[in-house]
Write a protein that binds this ligand. Structure first.
Ligand code: NDP
Length: 246
């Protein structure tokens, strides 16, 4: 297997950590961004104790200049980025008639505009080297919608349009672009939901449980493998059968 350089945005979070670990265990050189240096350093040290090295670089992906600086810093530390996982994301849930412009903009900027900001900074290099793997971490709620998440669902659905357009533009250059749509995973984001609401969610999942972050990471390593060269412009639902549409 060829060793690649991978940037996973939001790598310090629940799903991002699992993606960083799986990519690193495959032998790739992995980096992620941070906004809180102390928090990121203790995260990095915990991984180091497990024998896993992940480079950490400051960067706010919702800001174009910061995202560009992040990419430059990763490339100067590890080399040109071959694998990009646009994973950083937030929620600001409320019903639309109560939603402020700020709640809308924060979610769109962090979840969707970040895909432009970071991908724009890596795409020329991938095109020049004629190899690349780009994966967006979307959500089941971008596929089916969700009460109280008009902002989040719009940001995640937007990733699909981005993915399939970018996939078409770059297919002949050895670059694949895909989306993974996780269902409900037992990370902080979901554990923050009240227990009775969570129980109702689990009751709707045919597999009968929440997903594990590593089950999303597995999908990412599948799509970013050398052997996945013919898989582009697709969306991989990883949701325990919760939603079986596109
Ligand atoms: P977490 O909240 O655990 O992690 C989110 C990560 O994104 C953190 O590292 C956070 O960094 C980072 N981040 C947030 N905003 C920014 C920003 N502006 N710039 C840089 N980094 C930022 O979330 P999960 O691991 O649960 O989710 C990861 C992805 O998976 C998200 O895109 C989420 O929408 C998606 N997803 C999650 C599901 C779930 O069930 N958990 C289900 C479906 C999709 P910091 O610590 O600095 O805030």
């Amino acid at each position: 297997m060829t060793t690649r350089v991978a940037l996973v945005t939001g790598g310090t979070g629940g799903i991002g950590s699992a993606i960083c670990k799986r990519l690193a265990k495959l032998g790739h050189k992995v980096a992620t961004n941070y906004r809180d240096e102390a928090k990121a350093k203790s995260w990095q040290a915990a991984l180091k104790a497990e024998g896993i090295d992940v480079a950490i670089v400051p960067g706010d992906v919702s800001d174009p200049a910061s995202a560009e600086a992040l990419v430059k810093a990763v490339e100067s530390q590890l080399g040109p980025i071959d694998i990009l996982v646009n994973n950083a994301g937030i929620t600001r849930d409320t019903t639309f008639h109560r939603m402020s412009a700020l709640q809308w903009q924060e979610v769109i900027n962090t979840n969707l505009n970040s895909c432009f900001n970071v991908t724009r900074a890596v795409i020329d290099g991938m095109r020049g080297r004629k190899w690349g793997r780009i994966v967006q971490i979307a959500s089941i709620n971008g596929q089916k919608g969700q009460y109280g998440q008009a902002n989040y669902a719009a940001s995640k659905a937007g990733m699909h349009g981005f993915t399939i357009s970018l996939a078409q533009e770059n297919a002949k250059l050895g670059i694949t672009v895909n989306t993974v749509s996780p269902g409900y995973i037992g990370t902080e984001m979901v554990m923050a939901v009240p227990e009775d609401v969570r129980a109702k969610i689990v009751a709707q999942i045919p597999v009968g449980r929440l997903g594990e972050p590593d089950e999303i990471a597995y999908a990412v390593t599948f799509l970013t493998a050398d052997e996945a060269a013919w898989i582009t412009g697709t969306n991989l639902s990883v949701n325990g059968g919760h939603y079986m549409g596109w």
